[in-house]
Design a binder for this molecule. Structure first.
Ligand code: GLC
Length: 538
């Protein structure tokens, strides 16, 4: 039996907690490794590759949703938050995975989706059947439409995936009836967190996985659960200016103050268990508003997308690093760093593709791994995989349909991992085809090839991670900047002396003094070439 929180021994001293500097690795479950032979990754597949993750130096996994789901958004549409979809295995496979991972010293973080359910969640079926005004509908946002016959959506909100954020349902007499809110796909109805039943059920889900031994949660759309009273219209012009990152301009769909009540409730549940953590997906640009999510009674970590959204330019990257640190230090939380995830273009492609993109991605890997705080790698980033230009027929991301085929969506970054061999599916699956087609020319990018090559991206990551975890120059939690030539920067870990220097200029620059530990590419006459970074120790 669990003891009430106030009888528990205090959890690990916040300053030494395991997650503050941990190396997390995001496993996009569909694409990591397939053991069942159906072309789709699964839990047993992950278990079969734990040795690789150990070799890489991974300290914690973040698994994307593996719960029963009709897969309208590849599992981010959850029909049963306390089960495992047969595509990915079953609860026994989950228990086996967590046990084995823990045996390898790897912690396990699972993705939870508090903002919405699937339209196949039993609650949504009950809401449709029960009709307007019922308690069943009050778990979601059902509203009458505007206009004399209710044929206009209740407000002008648009879905993050394109199109209106409302869908109209037929009532029991077959006539068009109420509308329901979905900030994402129509198959993902938003939950009403003002309804205590929603919070109770979510707490049950958290305890269900905590009792199975998970070490933490990644909270999907962590800025989304609270909607403003009256659901006022949004300013659509603001959206054109700011894209996905809600900025100071007010977007009524996200980052409403009462979302913090939800995070406090989640934290209370987590605090019943020692040493567990949460990391929230917080697309909030304003430093002060971002910091609110990391107050001592809310989330432990917040995904920080500043580094990922910055161009490859020393001044911009420095600004992103400064803001990342400023936004968490005011609440005494550690920063997090990430260059990619399953929703954005991969670094190699983002930084220009080909040799240039690869050189820059290598340089950025050393910048990221030099920074104090928690690191989140995305599977395949350590292999330097580029985005794949998928044929139309292969695209399953709802963004593709919702955008009227103008936005190809996020699947270019979700192509399965190449493990070994010389032809697709490169050891990912025993099936003939993987769920997304893999390029024919990935032989040089497989884990097998890269393990053998000391100059590969994988070897760079392994070496850098090992230094980060073992070398004394990486101690401490503060950095300070050096002056540098135009287009370059250098920062130093204040307490322990590691220096990281990056050159985004077109010319050669001298290295700062110190012992060279690692460089992202070859030096020229002892100088740092363009698109290269290096680590030195004092
Ligand atoms: C998050 C996920 C994304 C998903 C969306 C809706 O942004 O990372 O993949 O589509 O939430 O759940």
């Amino acid at each position: 039996m669990r003891e009430p929180a106030d009888l528990q021994p205090p959890t690990a001293d916040a300053k030494s907690a395991w997650w503050r500097n941990a190396l997390f690795y995001e496993v996009y479950v569909r694409s990591f490794a397939d053991a069942s032979g159906d072309g789709i990754g699964d839990l047993d597949g992950i278990r079969s590759r734990l040795g690789y993750l150990e070799l890489l130096g991974v300290e914690a996994l973040w698994l994307t949703p593996f719960y029963p789901s009709p897969m309208a958004d590849h599992g981010y549409d959850v029909a049963d938050p306390r089960g495992v979809d047969p595509l990915f295995g079953d609860l026994a496979a989950f228990d086996a995975l967590i046990e084995e991972a823990h045996g390898c010293g790897i912690r396990m973080v699972v993705d939870v989706v508090p903002n919405h359910t699937s339209d196949r969640h039993p609650w949504f079926g009950q809401a449709l059947a029960a009709g307007p005004g019922s308690p069943e509908r009050a778990r979601y946002f059902f509203r009458d439409g505007r206009g004399p016959d209710g044929s206009q959506p209740p407000n002008n909100w648009i879905s993050t995936f394109g199109g209106p954020a409302w869908t109209r349902v037929p009532e029991s007499d077959g006539r068009p009836g109420q509308w329901y809110l979905h900030l994402f796909a129509p198959e993902q109805p938003d939950l009403n967190w003002d309804n205590p039943e929603v919070a109770e059920d979510f707490a049950r889900t958290l305890r269900f996985w905590l009792d199975r031994g998970v070490d933490g949660f990644r909270l999907d759309v962590a800025r989304g659960m609270a909607k403003p009273p009256g659901l006022p219209d949004m300013d659509l012009g603001m959206l054109r200016n700011h894209g996905q990152l809600s900025d100071n301009a007010y977007d009524p769909r996200f980052d409403n103050d009462s979302v913090h009540d939800v995070h406090r409730m989640i934290r209370r549940v987590l605090d019943e268990y020692p040493d567990r953590m949460s990391v929230g997906e917080i697309w909030v640009a304003d430093d002060e508003r971002f910091s609110r999510y990391l107050r001592p009674d809310e989330l432990h970590l917040g995904f920080n997308f500043r580094l990922l959204t910055a161009d490859f330019d020393a001044a911009r990257l420095r600004d992103a690093i400064d803001h990342s640190i400023a936004s968490v230090s005011r609440v005494d939380a550690p920063p997090t760093w990430t260059l990619s995830n399953h929703d954005v273009a991969r670094p190699v492609t983002r930084y220009g593709g080909g040799k240039l993109g690869t050189a820059r991605a290598r340089a950025m890997a050393l910048v990221e791994l030099a920074l104090p705080g928690a690191i989140f790698l995305y599977n395949g980033e350590e292999l330097g995989l580029p985005d794949v230009d998928l044929p139309d027929w292969a695209i399953q991301d709802p963004v593709w349909e919702r955008s009227g085929h103008t936005d190809r969506g996020r699947e270019g970054a979700r192509v399965p991992l190449p493990w070994e061999g010389s032809t697709p599916p490169f050891g990912f699956t025993a099936a003939e085809n993987s769920w997304l087609p893999m390029p024919f020319d990935w032989e040089q990018l497989t884990v097998e090839t890269q393990l053998e090559d000391p100059d590969s991206m994988l070897s760079l990551y392994r070496h850098a991670i090992e230094l980060r975890q073992r070398h004394p120059a990486f101690a401490g939690s503060e950095i300070e900047w050096y002056g540098g030539p135009e287009g370059c920067f250098a920062f130093r870990r204040k307490e322990s002396g590691l220096i990281c220097t990056l050159n985004t200029s077109p010319g050669l620059v001298p290295l700062p003094p110190g012992e060279l530990l690692l460089a992202s590419g070859p030096l020229t006459d002892g100088q740092l070439p363009p698109d290269t970074s290096a680590w030195l120790a004092l």
